[in-house]
Design a protein around this ligand. Structure first.
Ligand code: URA
Length: 432
């Protein structure tokens, strides 16, 4: 039996068994299964889908492809609390990790958050954090333990040894554009979380135009799979389904999102979907951490207060300093050029397509291209959101870019024009 045999079986929709999954996953990590072979197998998995049993087999093989971290009990207050981690299925403008990790840590519960880079049109926490000059995201396990023991918070990247099969398969799925299969997403997400050694998880599963699951029904299918996989590994979890039709918050792009995170942590943003989701996720983490305080509403109120009183911001600043970052420099960073994206019509905005905006920000420099890395200050800031009124000539968004990506400006503007839907039946008085 060889890779061709297992590829052909899945291509004919025969069920995967443990032997097939181990052969493909272990072989790929050891370079015995080639990129084209894995791409063909993943394509067959994508087309025929993975049932729950196949999903768990794949998840387990991916966990076992590398190290499984264990954290000392003093990070759990000697076993009284759970170490809780959070993961999102990926969105546009989703900077919630950078808000909720310091928010939870502000209550004195240690947080170790291992995150990833951008995938497809979605952003990645590590790329956002690395837009802060000097900030290290590659601390060793010993360094992480020491930092969390000292300040109670670390956000960094998963090491190469943590679910290495996922690292390789994730990059390949990104490259071949085959991401949106619930079993593949579930095994990717859950394997990383199990290997990273937390006791319980909160998952933010996004649905809508900017998410990998384009409908709420599909997001529910992914949520069920994740629940079953966590049950298999005996890990409590809580799943939040969240809307990703329009970008989350005002900023899309790494440094721009850090600036928005600081505004939120400084209590300068008091309402909107970004705040609501951040508070919901943080409150659910806190309710899982402390078995004696499972009341989500209590935690929601506490979280709103910790954003207002500056304690979450202080935690974030301590973390940036501990990891060597220069936040002042990050907040000052700007691109060489900017472009005002104005509305051509008057009316009420009924849709802003998050995927198109995600791709636009990516092309303007927030994402990598084959020949060019990330531009930390590039991306899009939105002045308007769904439900707002706008008049002809009023700015909807500001595009930030450097010379190297300037050839993307006009195609981007064309795409954005089609991505904003305005109900022109609604009368707007520009002097109101
Ligand atoms: N996020 C992940 O970690 N993996 C996926 O496959 C999709 C989103």
């Amino acid at each position: 039996k060889n890779a061709q045999y297992y590829i052909s079986n899945k291509a004919q929709s025969l069920p995967l068994n443990k032997e097939a999954v181990s052969f493909m996953v272990d072989g790929y990590v050891k370079n015995e299964v080639s990129d084209p072979q894995m791409a063909a197998w993943l394509t067959a998995c994508y087309i025929h889908g993975l049932d729950d049993e196949e999903t768990i087999l794949l998840t387990e093989a991916m966990v076992q492809s590398g190290d499984q971290l264990t954290w000392p009990d003093h990070l759990r207050h000697d076993g009284r609390y759970r170490l809780v981690d959070k993961h999102s299925s990926g969105g546009v403008g989703d900077k919630t990790t950078l808000i909720i990790a310091p928010l939870v840590a502000a209550f004195g519960y240690p947080v170790v958050k291992l995150s990833g880079r951008s995938l497809g049109h979605t952003g990645g926490t590590i790329d956002k954090l690395e837009s802060i000059p000097g900030l290290r995201t590659d601390l060793s396990e010993e360094e992480i333990e020491a930092q969390v023991g000292r300040i109670g918070l670390y956000i960094g990247s998963a090491t190469d040894q943590l679910a290495p099969a996922d690292k390789k398969m994730y990059a390949l799925r990104d490259h071949i554009g085959l991401i949106e299969e619930p079993g593949l997403i579930c095994s990717s997400i859950v394997s990383k979380k199990i290997a990273s050694g937390a006791d319980a998880f909160v998952f933010d599963i996004k649905y809508g135009q900017g998410a990998f699951m384009d409908s709420k029904d599909k997001a529910r299918i992914l949520a069920k799979k994740i629940e079953k996989a966590c049950e298999y590994f005996h890990k409590p979890c809580k799943i939040i389904l969240s809307d990703m039709n329009e970008p989350l918050g005002d900023a899309i792009g790494n440094g721009l999102e850090i600036q928005e995170v600081i505004r939120v942590l400084s209590g300068k943003v008091s309402q909107g979907p970004l705040i609501d989701l951040s508070i919901d996720l943080a409150a659910n983490m806190l309710a899982l951490i402390d078995p004696e305080k499972p009341d989500i509403n209590h935690w929601k109120k506490q979280c709103a207060m910790a954003l207002k009183n500056g304690s979450a911001l202080q935690k974030f600043n301590e973390m940036v300093q501990a990891q060597g970052g220069d936040l002042d420099e990050a907040l000052d960073e700007e691109t060489e050029f900017s472009y005002d994206f104005y509305s051509g019509e008057s009316g009420r905005i009924t849709a802003i397509d998050a995927k198109v905006f995600g791709i636009a920000a990516h092309d303007l420099g927030a994402g990598r291209l084959d020949h060019d890395g990330i531009h930390p200050a590039a991306g899009i800031t939105l002045d308007k959101h769904v439900g707002d009124t706008v008049f002809t000539g009023e700015r909807i968004a500001l595009l930030h870019y450097n010379l190297e990506r300037s050839q993307y400006l006009y195609p981007t503007i064309d795409a954005l024009k089609k991505a904003v839907t305005i109900d022109t039946q609604v009368e707007v008085n520009p002097f109101n």
